[in-house]
Design a protein around this ligand. Structure first.
Ligand code: IPM
Ligand code: MN
Length: 352
């Protein structure tokens, strides 16, 4: 019996999460596992109503769950940064979700802006370190507001944090069993402390414990170039928090856009959280036009991470079958409503 915490969040979050839950219900009935859900109202509306971003009890409460399924965080009436830092980043850090797993996979019938590239070319996974780097909030101001102002933002890279991330990437490449190649995406030519640590650990750990997995290296700028020019070269990319943030938006675009890109914030030893990568899309809220596939994809990654591999495969097949019927991926361009797309996926699962 899985206990799943649901955080629908802001904007279109609730409507896409509803479709993901339809799919989850269908998969559970199909492959036979049990789960229960509990909903939490964290997000912009709650913050505006109560002045509280995340109650202190929330993190402890969420620790009792097997997974967290999140819609979207971000509200037009709340200053940018408050909800992102107070909910999303706080949960990633406090639950020690040290991996951000973001598959970049182009499904058939989904349009990519890359000319002459198809599903056989775009199928890789980005393993983004999710608790360190430039995201720790380390740094500060000196002489703020004066002509001599100094702002420092430090990138924190610990041996332990780097190593556990690299190990996850090697294990993932092995389990994925495709090219069995991990590409370290860094900037060893300029960021000579941080990336020295990453590169040394990469080869040390790789040589010792993952000799069957090939190791490649690419600078982050070159990675962006190859992702556009030859995305078929990648299998598993491992990188730090900031670079991972940036290249996965590029990844989302080449796999068909924000309507389809999903990811997991993973603590392999703890509670993980799954989310569509796109935002809360306030202007489409409540119109039943937003594409729920990213949220349904997040559900699929959740199943896979929970160990429900058959369920994850069943859901992926249903996603592919449904995508094949959509006219487009954008909001209002699918030829079907949000809830109809959810019904189609659930229907495919049931009849598979
Ligand atoms: C993401 C987002 C977040 C990040 C923001 C909202 C804090 O861009 O999940 O990629 O930078 O990690
Ligand atoms: Mn991002």
């Amino acid at each position: 019996m899985y206990k799943i915490a649901i955080v629908p969040g802001d904007g279109t979050g609730p409507e896409v999460v509803r479709q993901g839950l339809k799919a989850l219900r269908a998969v559970a009935d199909k492959v036979g596992f049990k789960y229960e859900t509990a909903e939490f109202d964290f997000g912009g509306d709650r913050y505006l109503r109560t002045g509280e971003v995340l109650p202190d009890s929330a993190v402890e409460e969420l620790r009792q769950f097997d997974a967290i399924y999140l819609g979207a965080i971000g509200h037009p009436d709340v200053k940018p940064g408050i909800l992102e830092k107070g909910i999303l980043l706080r949960l990633r850090f406090e639950l020690d979700q040290y991996i951000n797993l973001r598959p970049v996979k182009l499904y058939p019938n989904v349009e990519t802006p890359l000319k002459d590239k198809g599903p056989e070319d775009i199928d890789f996974v980005v393993v983004r370190e999710n608790t360190e780097g430039l995201y720790t909030g380390s740094g500060g101001f000196l002489k703020k507001g004066t002509a001599d102002e100094i702002a420092v933002q430090e990138s924190i890279n610990t041996r332990k944090g780097v190593e556990r991330c690299l190990r996850y990437a090697f294990e993932y490449a092995r389990r994925r069993n495709k090219e069995k190649t991990v590409t370290l995406c860094g900037k060893t030519n300029v960021l000579t402390y941080a990336w020295d640590l990453w590169e040394r650990t990469f080869h040390e750990v790789g040589e010792k414990d993952y000799a069957d997995v090939k190791r490649e290296y690419a600078h982050v700028d070159a990675t962006c170039m190859w992702m556009v020019k030859n995305p078929e070269w990648f299998d598993v990319i491992v990188t730090d928090n900031m670079f991972g943030d940036i290249i996965t938006d590029l990844g989302a675009m080449i796999q068909g856009g924000m309507g389809i890109a999903a990811g997991g914030n993973i603590n392999p030893e703890g509670v993980s959280m799954f989310e569509p990568i796109g935002g809360s899309a306030p202007k489409y809220t409540g119109q039943n036009v937003i594409n729920p596939m990213a949220a349904i994809g997040a559900c699929q990654i959740m199943l896979d991470t929970l160990g429900e591999h058959e369920g994850a495969r069943t859901l992926e097949d249903a996603i592919v079958a449904t995508l094949g019927k959509l006219k487009g991926m954008g909001a209002g361009k699918m030829g079907y409503s949000t809830s109809e797309v959810g019904d189609m996926v659930a229907g495919h699962v049931a009849s598979s």
